[in-house]
Design a protein around this ligand. Structure first.
Ligand SMILES: *Cc1c(COP(=O)(O)O)cnc(C)c1O
Length: 362
């Protein structure tokens, strides 16, 4: 059937490669949101924890709760806490990243009800991505929230909008300036010493000089940086394989798939795989956009991808039912495959569905 092989030694290699870009005192926050980028969040988190990571991060509280249930002890940041998740967050000793007056006040209220003090929190500023975060003009209001002992401010951060660009764009420069100013304002007013951080994976490779006290890496742990040159230093963790269910001999002029998707230009051999758009192989990969590896030969996906299946033209590529094919791995990485469907590694990996078995290789 369909398997996503996860090569944990590659994860370890990537972790060490990222660390090699950092000063010894810089903390690494490993981002394991979205099912560990479609992998196996618990296995990933456990291995990263063994490697001595400073903290983990997820997007939403329930993702952090399932890591705690699996026995993960490392601090876990929740990047985008929602009102409904605050209770879960406290029950699981997760650390919220507070990004608006609304969520900050709701969280303060909850801590008051639970009679909790010194609760570890993080503050997110919006310096130009315009997604979430306090506007920098709110800094005095934010600083005033730390006058009592309700919260313990562990870190202050922002997020670049264009960290993939090899050189800082004008927007990145503005964001960096704004963040430096916020850092100075916090340091001038606080007695505590929170960490400051700005960079994601691409940022670490492109501008390590802005690593501040910590960095937040997700995709690089999986082997990708959004730039081919840097990717060469990393190893793809995930390898997606499927198995041929059936083989058909079709005559020239036969149609393959829904909606007359493909018409055979010659007598052809078609192999059907038990994987479709419900498993994360979107329709955009069909109709010859993507190729997969079958016994060292590249064969195209023909016709429209179905919900549960897709078809390959295997004419001239000897194979039999039960043979394995590889969508992505070492020969064609998830980033390469994603490009064929005009998407990116993040989306491809995070879309892999629950019917794809995750198999970890220690
Ligand atoms: C997802 C996320 C990251 C990790 O980004 P990568 O590009 O995968 O390294 C870092 N910071 C924040 C706030 C995020 O949401």
């Amino acid at each position: 059937m369909n398997r996503l092989h996860l090569h944990l030694p590659h994860l370890e290699h990537n972790y060490k490669c990222i660390r090699s870009k950092l000063n010894p005192e810089t903390a690494l926050i490993a981002v394991v949101k979205a099912g560990g980028y479609g992998s196996d969040p618990i296995k990933m988190a456990k291995r990263i924890e063994q490697l001595g990571v400073s903290a983990l991060a997820v997007a939403y509280a329930q993702e952090g709760a399932s890591l705690r249930k699996a026995g993960i002890q490392t601090p876990i940041l929740v990047f985008y806490p929602q009102p409904e998740g605050l209770e879960t967050l406290v029950e699981n000793e997760l650390e919220p990243c507070l990004y608006s007056t609304t969520i900050l006040e709701q969280f303060r209220q909850l801590l008051q009800e639970k009679n909790r003090t010194h609760y570890p929190v993080h503050i997110k500023y919006n310096t130009g991505l315009n997604r979430v975060g306090f506007p920098p003009e709110k800094v005095d209001w934010v600083l005033a929230q730390f006058e009592d002992q309700r919260f313990e401010l562990k870190s202050v951060y922002s997020h670049l909008a264009a960290a993939e660009a090899p050189k800082e764009t004008p927007l990145s420069k503005t964001q960096i300036q704004s963040f430096l100013k916020l850092k100075a304002q916090h340091q001038a007013s606080l007695t505590s010493k929170p960490l400051f951080h700005l960079l994601n994976s691409s940022g670490v490779f492109n501008y390590p000089e802005y690593q501040f006290d910590a960095v937040r890496c997700g995709i690089a742990l999986h082997g990708f940086t959004n730039r081919t040159e840097w990717d060469e230093q990393l190893k793809p963790v995930a390898e997606l394989t499927s198995t041929i269910s059936q083989i058909h001999q079709v005559k020239k002029g036969a149609f393959v798939g829904y909606d007359h998707g493909w018409e055979a230009p010659q007598d052809s051999v078609i192999a059907t795989l038990p994987i479709g758009h419900a498993d994360g192989i979107g329709r955009q990969f069909g109709n010859h956009k993507a190729k997969v590896l079958l016994h060292q030969k590249w064969v195209p996906i023909v016709g429209n991808i179905c919900m549960d299946m897709l078809m390959l033209d295997v004419t001239g590529a000897p194979c039999k039912e039960g043979d394995d094919v590889c969508f992505f791995g070492s020969k064609q990485s998830a980033a390469d495959f994603a490009k064929k469907g005009e998407t990116i590694s993040y989306e491809l990996l995070a879309n892999l569905g629950p019917r794809v078995e995750r198999v970890t290789h220690e």
